[in-house]
Design a protein around this ligand. Structure first.
Ligand code: AMP
Length: 216
């Protein structure tokens, strides 16, 4: 099964993609994670991408389409994948349609997570992750059971994303509404869209995703 998770920054796409991936043996493909890895590795693409990401804008369509095109050819994607953060523009969606056609793959559904903008700034600026295993936490909504120690792996190192500041979040939300939100209509017109309420708790959203995918 090949899926897209769509929604504004902070809607829970990454969290839900990881959980659904574990439940169904699907690979989570986050273009944001891939670009951050390229930036950390100091590659040419990564350095350029970091400047754009730090402004809350979008990396060029060519760069991300190329990354995804190569990534979905990897053997671990053969049983299905969840695109998290891609496509983000209509041009990327059109490129993805062409890619999937060429590779004889299909898109089964697009899950859109609806969340109020007002809640997103608080959600994003409060989040942090375990530097070792990537488990996600939040300053108020989900702290580690033992302060400063990751519940999952016991690490005491945590990180925050460079673009999770209030100013950059506002810019990322503007970018989302201007460039990514039109994809809701794009996929609705193609009969692929399944909407869930991203305001509910993590487990409730996960159940709703399972329900909307029942006949995908
Ligand atoms: P994310 O981790 O999905 O929130 O993405 C973080 C940042 O990476 C975004 O604000 C963009 O600057 C960049 N990015 C991630 N995915 C894409 C994409 N599909 N197209 C363009 N830029 C992207």
């Amino acid at each position: 099964m090949n899926l897209i998770f769509l929604g504004p920054p902070g809607a829970g796409k990454g969290t839900q993609a990881k959980m659904l991936g574990d439940r169904r043996g699907l690979v989570q493909l986050s273009t944001g994670d891939m670009l951050r890895a390229a930036a950390a590795a100091g590659t040419e693409v990564g350095r350029k991408a970091k400047e754009v990401m730090d402004r809350g804008e979008l990396v060029s369509d060519d760069v991300v389409v190329d990354i995804i095109s190569h990534r979905i050819d990897e053997p671990d994607c053969a049983d299905g994948f969840i695109l998290d953060g891609f496509p983000r523009t209509v041009a990327q969606a059109e490129a993805l349609d062409r890619l999937l056609d060429e590779k004889a793959k299909t898109l089964d559904a697009v899950v859109v997570m609806n969340v109020d903008d007002g809640r997103l700034v608080e959600r994003i600026t409060g989040r942090f992750t375990c530097a070792n295993c990537g488990e996600g936490y939040h300053d108020t909504a989900k702290r580690p059971a033992v302060e400063g120690v990751c519940d999952r792996c016991g690490s005491t190192e945590f990180t925050r994303r460079a673009d999770d500041t209030e100013e950059t979040v506002r810019s990322r939300l503007e970018t989302y509404h201007a460039q990514t939100a039109p994809l809701v209509d794009y996929y609705k017109a193609r009969g692929k869209l399944r909407a869930v309420d991203g305001m509910a708790g993590i487990e409730t959203v996960a159940e709703e995703i399972d329900e909307v995918l029942e006949n995908a």
